[in-house]
Design a protein around this ligand. Structure first.
Ligand SMILES: [Zn+2]
Length: 106
């Protein structure tokens, strides 16, 4: 079987100077990609890794896609839009598409 660094792109090479003053290649594994909030981009601590969702994930609306603070904002605005207290043009652009989808779900 071929070497691991040939098989995958997850292992990168980096030049390091040894104690004997030679330069040698070190093979380093890249870190795992973490799930991020779709609106603000912070790393979500509750979702462990990208890929298929395991049994231990958030089951609420937008679970694994939005962080708690963005979800709160989206739900607030979508309730206001649905009750016609504000128009869809007045909500921040960042949340606009999410709110349109949330209004349909509510
Ligand atoms: Zn967020």
């Amino acid at each position: 079987m071929s070497r691991a660094r040939v098989r995958t792109k997850r292992i990168i090479t980096k030049a390091k100077r040894t104690p004997g003053n030679r330069i040698s290649e070190r093979y380093l594994k890249k870190g795992k990609e973490r799930n991020r909030c779709n609106a603000c981009g912070i790393v979500m601590s509750s979702v462990t890794s990208k890929g298929p969702k395991s049994g231990k994930t958030q089951t609420r609306i937008y679970g694994g896609n939005l962080c708690h603070s963005c979800l709160e904002t989206v739900l607030k605005y979508s309730a206001r839009v649905k009750s016609k207290a504000i128009k869809i043009e007045e909500v921040p652009i960042k949340y606009k598409m999410l709110i349109i989808k949330a209004v349909e779900k509510l």
